[in-house]
Design a protein around this ligand. Structure first.
Ligand code: CIZ
Length: 363
């Protein structure tokens, strides 16, 4: 727990602070039984085991977004994940449903790397150089609702790490260029997989005047990548991959596409969270798999597959995901619908929904 979380925990009523882990689990189960179908607890794969064990559904952000659309009878959706995931579910939910976050202070530094003001300013700068009507913005789901709305209002689309390639192809079928927000690594690795050459890409750094791009570079670019990154996945290095091959001869190494290009290039496989899970499930007993992604998922996979050796490339934990805990989960359940209800402004919701619907339609 960091200092911020300790302060938040102190704000919880003392009767909750004093409960043991077993008592919290018991009480959460009682509320679940009492509420029945009115309540659904959703947990992202990066959540801790004790949270996932209490969830009705676990998944990546794409699966959980799709699921939200199916929860027709559910009044209260408690989402154990970070801000952009809860907001995405809120955008997709029905007006009568309440989206609740146990830890509204769980943000996403990657999403914060593309602020609405910076993106709008960049868009205006780009409009001086290229035909902006033919630029299709794509926002990775790890982005704010405002950025999703920005895309929705400009014929753009949302993607996740499982459908980024399809989203880029879709966008290039509609326009001449793509502005890919906010993860440079996911964008770069996807361009490589699609064989879009480097000279047909540019990187827009919002910290630099004109994004640090030459006019000709921008004019030549089919894909303009925003300079953002995920702290968790950029922890992994190609040196760690070399060491893993020495320590586990014959192993297979799979990494997430938010990792740096040089890491992805020397791994055996690359894929989204759900791809990594399927990869492990389909591996033969006795396989040795080294994984470069968030540690809670890797440890769970290792427990679920005792017939395989599943190890981490290095320990990298998302501190924001870890802000959800049994105490704040119990607190929101005890005060169901009264606290930590996440709302998205109606205008933003409508525009963001267009961009999300386009993603859901491309499968
Ligand atoms: O979209 C997600 O759930 C994340 C954070 C990663 C992935 O690959 O699915």
């Amino acid at each position: 727990m960091n200092l911020d979380d300790r302060w938040v925990a102190l704000l919880l009523p003392s009767e909750i602070r004093d409960l043991t882990q077993e008592q919290l689990i018991q009480k959460i189960r009682e509320i679940k039984t009492r509420q029945g179908e009115r309540l659904a607890i959703l947990a992202h794969h990066y959540q801790k085991d004790e949270i996932v064990a209490l969830a009705d559904h676990k998944g990546d952000s794409l699966a959980l977004a799709r699921l939200t659309l199916k929860l027709k009878k559910t009044e209260f959706i408690v989402f154990c994940g970070v801000e952009f995931m809860v907001e995405t579910a809120a955008i997709l939910s029905r007006p009568e449903q309440k989206l609740i976050s146990p830890a509204p202070n769980a943000g996403c530094p990657l999403a914060d790397m593309a602020s609405a003001e910076d993106v709008l300013a960049a868009w205006e700068e780009m409009a001086k150089i290229v035909n902006i009507k033919k630029v299709i913005p794509i926002a990775y789901i790890n982005s704010s609702s405002e950025i999703k709305a920005f895309c929705g209002e400009r014929e753009g689309i949302i993607c996740t790490s499982s459908n980024a390639g399809k989203a880029i192809k879709w966008a290039l079928g509609k326009g001449e260029r793509v502005l890919f927000l906010p993860d440079e690594n996911l964008g770069r690795n996807t361009c490589n997989a699609l064989r879009i050459p480097r000279e047909k890409t540019a990187v827009w750094n919002p910290e630099l005047p004109g994004g640090g791009c030459e006019r000709d570079e921008l004019k030549a670019a089919t894909v303009i990548l925003w300079k953002g990154f995920c702290n968790i996945h950029t922890e992994f290095t190609s040196q760690q991959i070399r060491m893993a091959r020495e320590n586990y001869p014959g192993c297979n190494i799979i990494v997430h596409p938010e990792c740096q290009e040089e890491v992805v290039n020397v791994a055996d496989a690359v894929g989204s969270t759900s791809y990594i899970i399927t990869y492990v499930e389909e591996a033969l007993p006795g396989s040795v798999i080294v994984i470069g992604t968030e540690i809670n998922l890797i440890r769970r996979l290792a427990k679920e597959h005792p017939d395989k050796t599943i190890v981490e490339l290095s320990v990298s934990e998302c501190p924001d995901m870890a802000r959800v805990n049994l105490r704040n989960l119990y607190w929101v359940l005890q005060n169901l619908g009264e606290v930590n209800v996440i709302k998205v402004d109606d205008r933003i919701k409508k525009s963001a929904r267009h961009a999300l619907d386009r993603m859901l339609a491309i499968k």
